[in-house]
Structure formats: C-alpha cells, structure tokens
Design a protein around this ligand. Sequence first.
Ligand code: RB5
Length: 144
Amino acid sequence: MIAIASDHGGYALKEILKEHLAAAGIPADDLGCAGEQVDYPDYAASLCRAVAAGKYDRGILICGTGIGISIAANKIHGIRAALCGDCYSAEMARQHNDANVLCLGGRVVGSELAKKIVDTFLTTGFSHGENHIRRIAKIAALED
Ligand code: RB5
C-alpha cells in the first residue's frame, strides 16, 4: 500500500497521479490536502510518520518545487526521501538509496513525466549491494 500527499502547490499533480495509480490498480491512500492553502511540513510529517511506522510501503509527496516537502520529509527518522525530476534519478533512488518516499515538484515536472517517475519509483527494487547498505547505515547514523 502506498500513501500520497501534497500541499496546495502539488494538489493538481496529486489528483492526476491518483487517477494514474487507480488505473494501474495500485491502491493509494490520499492523506491530503484538499487543495486549500496549507503548510507542507504538516503533510510531510503525517505521511512520513505513517511510512516509518510501517503502515505504508512507500510514499509520494508533492509540493510546488518538491524542495520544501523533501527537506521536511528527511527530518523524520527512518525516511529516505528523494526529490526526482527524471526517471534515472527515481531508479537510482530505489536501487542505491532504498528511498521510501518520492518527492515531486508539481510546478516543475509535467504530468506525463511525473507518471513515469512514479512508475519507475514503484517498480524498482533496492540493489541490496553491500556498499549501498553500508552507506545507508552511515546516513542513519547521522541522525541526531
Ligand atoms: C507553496 O507556495 C510553495 O512554497 C511550496 O509548495 C513548495 O514549493 C515549497 O518548497
């Protein structure tokens, strides 16, 4: 199961991606917002806490640029959030970084590209390479 959330800057793309996921038969819980003006850290926190708790396998977060919501997401223990604007980055975020949250800029990426980035993120597995496991452990050790 995956979760998706956005602020107002990412709302339009969230609605498009929800339709895309539904058409692909991928269940996704929408954790807001409903299009109103909100603060993206609140939505990053609620989605990421649910992912970190194991309620969802992966999360998708969208704000205007994807920057603010990714900064906020990476504050949550256990979250590796990747802001991706291309499919190669989404693939590497999974293979090398075992990213569990994808961040997108709703005012930056076109909807068709965003769909392909989401598809890549959701279908690519972690490499389980020893070097990548070691580096991810070092990232975790950086947390205060
Ligand atoms: C909201 O206007 C905008 O600042 C937000 O969506 C995001 O782009 C912040 O990083």
